[in-house]
Write a protein that binds this ligand. Structure first.
Ligand SMILES: *[C@@H]1O[C@H](CO)[C@@H](O)[C@H](O)[C@H]1NC(C)=O
Ligand SMILES: *[C@@H]1O[C@H](CO)[C@@H](O)[C@H](O)[C@H]1NC(C)=O
Length: 347
């Protein structure tokens, strides 16, 4: 009724105002403005950020340009900007205040440019940012303060992992690199991050884990490696990880487990290797797992298991091996495993 009418009138009024304001801004030369609030300045004719972009836009897209520099405060009046994409361009110079005032920005992509460094404080005002894409640049180092502690909503960070990237971050306790396209990590990526407690690298494209990769991490308690494309685990990947209780490796492409690959994981209680393609498990594969309580091997390609394969798991309480191709198991497979309470052979 009256109240609703007033409200409708009010929103229609606002809406008209919005359209008028947007359309009253000119579309800059050499740009396209496909919808109100959207400006697209793409192509090699664009040599710099056009100065005549109306300030109240929602999205600014610049692809395949010759833009080399994003100067300080150039976007300072675009406080409503939600999406900024400057991709496949020549961007190499970023002012430390180039993104200041972009308080509404949700999505920032500087994919495929020539950036070598990211100035401290660049992201300072981006408290609403959800996605940050910096991949395909030449960034070799990021300073510890580059990611603002206010960027708490950032859920997607996509960047290549350069050598030495984390070397300065010696007090880092948690790093989230999950849900990216990472296909390789340098062996020494965490060499200086001895305080790391949590590492998230699940949902990437890793096909192997480099030797020496998880060596000096005495505080590590959470590590996610699931949903990658890991084909093999070799000895020399896992150093002593006294705080690591759980290791999740499901949804990878492991075909076999060789001898002693988990030898250092003497404190691990839960090992999840389900949903791989494991056909063969060495009789010494589980050596070292003295504290293991639960082992998940279901949904693999095992046709049998060797009689003594679990001999080094004195505390095991629960195991699942359903959804394999098993047609026969040795009679003494579980002999002397006095703590074993659950054996899941079928779904
Ligand atoms: C932003 O707005 C202020 C005040 O209108 C103006 O002085 C300034 O030049 C604008 N900045 C840019 C980069 O257009
Ligand atoms: C166990 O950790 C040591 C480092 O303390 C390392 O040299 C060794 O290769 C690791 N062993 C395995 C089997 O990964």
């Amino acid at each position: 009724d009256n109240e609703i009418m007033k409200w409708k009138f009010h929103t229609i009024g606002l809406f008209c105002l919005f359209i008028i304001r947007i359309t009253s801004g000119q579309c800059p030369d050499d740009c396209r403005c496909p919808r109100p609030g959207q400006v697209d300045c793409s192509g090699s004719d664009i040599l710099e950020i056009p100065t005549s972009i109306p300030p109240n836009i929602r999205s600014l897209i610049m692809l395949n340009t010759e833009v080399k520099e994003l100067p300080d405060r150039i976007l300072e009046n675009m406080t409503a900007l939600l999406i900024l994409r400057i991709e496949k361009s020549e961007l190499s110079i970023l002012g430390s205040k180039a993104l200041s005032n972009l308080i509404s920005l949700r999505y920032l992509s500087l994919l495929n440019n020539r950036l070598q460094e990211i100035p401290d404080g660049l992201f300072k005002d981006l408290t609403k940012l959800e996605t940050l894409i910096l991949a395909n640049n030449q960034i070799s180092e990021l300073h510890p303060l580059v990611f603002s502690t206010l960027m708490i909503g950032l859920s997607k960070l996509n960047l290549d992992i350069p050598n030495g990237l984390l070397n300065q971050l010696t007090s880092l306790q948690e790093i989230a690199l999950h849900s990216n396209q990472i296909s390789q990590v340098p062996a020494d990526i965490f060499a200086y991050n001895t305080y790391l407690q949590k590492i998230f690298i699940s949902n990437n494209k890793l096909s192997s884990l480099p030797q020496g990769f998880l060596m000096n991490l005495p505080e590590l308690s959470k590590l996610t490696l699931h949903a990658n494309a890991i084909k093999e685990i070799t000895t020399g990947v896992f150093g002593p990880l006294p705080k690591l209780k759980e290791l999740w490796l499901y949804d990878n492409q492991l075909e076999k487990l060789g001898a002693n690959v988990f030898l250092n994981l003497t404190y691990t209680q839960l090992l999840i290797i389900s949903r791989n393609q494991i056909q063969y498990i060495s009789i010494d594969a589980f050596n070292g797992l003295d504290e293991l309580l639960e082992l998940s091997l279901h949904t693999n390609a095992l046709s049998t298991l060797e009689e003594d394969v679990f001999h080094s798991l004195p505390k095991l309480q629960s195991i699942s091996i359903h959804s394999n191709k098993i047609n026969h198991l040795p009679i003494d497979l579980f002999r002397d495993m006095f703590n074993l309470a659950t054996i899941q052979l079928a779904k």
